[in-house]
Design a protein around this ligand. Sequence first.
Ligand SMILES: O=C(O)CCC(=O)C(=O)O
Ligand SMILES: [Fe+2]
Length: 237
Amino acid sequence: MTDSPLTSQIPNLPQSLHYYPAFLPQPTSSTLLQKILQTPKPKWTHLSHRRLQSYPTSLTATTNTLITPPSSSPPLPEWLTEPMIPRMQELNIWAGAPHGAPNHVLVNEYLPGRGILPHEDGGAYWPVVGTVSLGGVIVLDVYEKRMGGGKGRRVGRVLLEDGSLLVTTGDMYTSYLHGIAEVTVDEDLGPETIANWELLGDKDRFKGGRSERGARISLTYRDVLKVVKVGGGFLRK
Ligand SMILES: O=C(O)CCC(=O)C(=O)O
Ligand SMILES: [Fe+2]
C-alpha cells in the first residue's frame, strides 16, 4: 500500500490498519450523509440494533455469492463510487484484489447507544475492507481472536471521524475481531488510549477525553470473491 508523507499506518496495533482523516472532506461528506438519510424506508433492512442497505444486493445466504445485474447497468450506484473508489485506488488499496476494485458496499446506520458485537468479516471477501465514516464519531474496538473464534483481550481502540477512511487488511483482517460498544458517549479518549490519536484530523475536539455519539453512517467497501453475472437482459428494467 502506498502511503502519503505522514504514514497512515496506525501504530501499536498488529498490522495492518490504515487511517486517512478527511478522506471525504466537507461538504462532500455531509452531502452524502444527507442523501443516505433520505433513502426511502423500504431500501433499509432493519436489524434489532441497527439498519443497513446492501449494494448492489446482499450475498446469497448459503454460498456468499454476489449475483450481479447485466453488465450494462453499473453494479454500484454512482453516489457510492464517486469519488470514493478512484481515491481508494489511488491509495492502492485494491491493487491485489481479484476484481481490482470493490464490488460490494454495506451502508450501516448506528444511532447513539448502538453498536456491533465483536466479529470478523470472514472469507466471502478479499481480505481488505475500506470503511468510510459519515456523521457521528465512534470508537472501534479491536480484540484478539481466540482459538475457535471467540473474543479475547482488547488490544486497541481506533477513533473514526466524520469523512475518514479506515483500511483493514493483513493480520487485522484475518486474526483479530472488531466491534463497536453500545454506548452514548465514548470516554477515556487520549494519546495513551486511542491508537490513531496522532493521525486524527482534529485531536483538539477530543482533548476533553470524551465524545458524545451522534447518528453515524458507515460505508464498508469490499471485493466479494464469488460473483455470478446474470446475463441476457431479461432482468433489465
Ligand atoms: O461501521 C463500522 O465501522 C464497522 C462495520 C462492520 O464491522 C461491518 O459491517 O462488518
Ligand atoms: Fe466488520
